[in-house]
Design a protein around this ligand. Sequence first.
Ligand code: G1P
Ligand code: ZN
Length: 543
Amino acid sequence: MEILSVKTEPYSDQTLGTSGLRRKVSVVKQPHYLENFIQSVFDSLDNFEGKTLVIGGDGRYYNDTAIQALIKIAIANQFGRIIVGQNGILSTPATSHVIVKYKAIGGFILSASHNPGGPDADFGIKFDTEHGAPAPQDMTEKFTLRTREIDHFWWADIPDVNLSVIGEQTFGSTIVQVIDSVKDYADYMQEIFDFKRLKKMFQQGFTMTFDAMNAVTGPYAVRIFEELLGAKAGSVVHAKPLPDFGGLHPEPNLTYAKELVNRMSEDSAPDFGAASDGDGDRYMILGKSFPVNPSDSLAILAEYLDTIPFYQGKLKGVARSMPTSFAVDDVAKKKGLALYETPTGWKFFGNLLNAGKIALCGEESFGGGSSHLQEKDGIWAVLCWLSILEKTGKSVSELVHELWNQYGRVYTLLCNYDIADKKAAEAVISNLKEKLPHLVGQSVKDREITKAFVFAYTDPVTKEVTENQGICLYFEDTTRLIFRLSGTSSVGATLKVYINERITDEKKLNGEPFVVLSDLMQISMELSELKHLTGIQKPSIMT
Ligand code: G1P
Ligand code: ZN
């Protein structure tokens, strides 16, 4: 086997975003684009020779080419062992678990998460640390800096490695080990949840539909729900991971998982519906004609998590991202749990989890996770819900109504405004910032603003301060508006306006968020002077 040193020129656009390097396939296909990035990551790591590296992906278009390049560069850089999911498939949470289980120094995940796949769509690659956690900011900054100066990469001159057969192959001093994509993860889930009890529930006639959206969770869901728990064959739909997700947009929400939403409103709907995203870290839960809001779902998990044996005595605190509704806060208060409010982005939960301050965390964007691993985890969240349904014997909508009856319902609405001119979007935020000192005490449409501030976060573990994480306006303690710019949009800017209102009047618990919150939406448009500053009249998406 020959190891080549290949000359290359740096690309200037390899700055990492919220979730690694996410680009159009056409960009990634440029000569040496991927090779430069991979070698830059290796150049930024210390002492990896002879150690283990994990590679996983969601099966999307171009992953096969990228994985072969990764393996050849990793061999040339003298890793001792490279663990790859069969056919390159490993969900994001499964990769995280495999990294920790096999004591790897880290791993690559090839996925653009919930973004569409295919030759004209998106590709992504990110690095997880030895803890199975997304690389922290200081590490990704190193990667980016290195991409600016790279002048060669190492390459093992070998034919493509066969990834379809489980087992080991040796190349020089490196072993490439192809593993069953599902087994380790499925074994771990059986340590966390009581599969015997869940199996019994299915035997007694419980029914579910899980929509894997032609993305990575298909094989996991078939093994866990159908084969291990006995849900009837066909309970998992769109179960085969496809390079273009069969044209589906693999984002589990009411718009993109329309087929599941429709199925759940039929007379013959199953007891329980769920879906996951491209790489298996997000989740959506539905009862019969009853989609569950992700912020409410987090509150319900907080209420019942300690009924799952794995968490007994471990639930001391919970964390939610700032824009996630305050539904979980009431549960935390009642149960005497510490509550942490973090900036948007999964990486902010890592230190809290590592320090044992929290055992549960979640985001309004359909992400949920716990101390079991350091990525968010869609199938885990579904198993939590199944366990709670089994334990309580209640339906999805009964559980959510109980929550609302006890604490009030926190209505939520997210308005996304796509703004082509990034400067105009930034002007909306800076204009609001300037107004902040004068807003407290003002009344808008008979609602008094009681708090107005820019959200900043001091990490309770490292004391690191993260500023400028969005603008928060409170009207009493029950209502709030948040304005922030998305950190994941690839063109222009997306202004996100989150609207929350807690309503306790029993007669008003079953309203439609768009209707209940319409005057607050009006207020948010007026206060932000959106039309004046950007010319935009209405949201691009409302959810
Ligand atoms: C979005 C979500 C956020 C999530 C992130 C990465 O970020 O809102 O909760 O952590 O994607 O999946 P945003 O575009 O709002 O910056
Ligand atoms: Zn994802």
